[in-house]
Write a protein that binds this ligand. Sequence first.
Ligand code: DX5
Ligand code: ZN
Length: 227
Amino acid sequence: MQIAASLLSADFARLGEAVAAAERGGADLLHIDAMDGRFVPPITMGPGVLRALRPRTRLPFDVHLMVVEPERQVDAFLDAGAARIAVHVEAAGHLHRLLTHIRARGAAPVVALNPATPPEAVAWALAEADGLLVMSVNPGYAGQAFIPAALDKLRALREMADASGRDITLAVDGGVNEATAGPAVAAGARLLVAASAVFEGEGGIEASLARLRAAASALPSPRISGR
Ligand code: DX5
Ligand code: ZN
């Protein structure tokens, strides 16, 4: 189980310090939410932010592109040091070509799915994907509540990924916190993306990461039978 700290809830005036604290706290990846004001309403970070942070950390950059026409943006993010790039199946006109391109450039291609997108939408892309990113909120904002139906989608995609015989990292993004991390892992998630639970949690970034990891690793309590 891995944790990607999403910088969306970090203090943008002190991003370098937030990244250092996430690294000290044991985050496995830094999740970068790039929004264009079209695929989702807000505008957030671009490749310049990756370039500025690249020398400051050893953590890989896990880029989540929430943009229309992602094929116009991937190269700039790859040039800036992205290790993984998630493109939305709803936004990519030629998904197969884009995933192949990301892999050819040495990064891991990932497919993201909005909450209302069925798991079958990625069935024919599994052969090209190294990861799937299940949105458990409607993308655009940090701090939203986890949509429970995402658990069913995680279970369905876990089965599809296992049946493919390929090593596909199943990630969940949105509303991941100490209460939802355990159920998400039980449903098959192996990478948890969290913004507010990491950067706005009590006791600071390192303590929040430790609590999230503990919650995700806790075994489900055994069922007590009625007999
Ligand atoms: C939502 C982004 C998420 C967001 C998660 O559009 O893709 O990565 O940062 O924020 P939390 O963890 O606060 O729900
Ligand atoms: Zn994200």
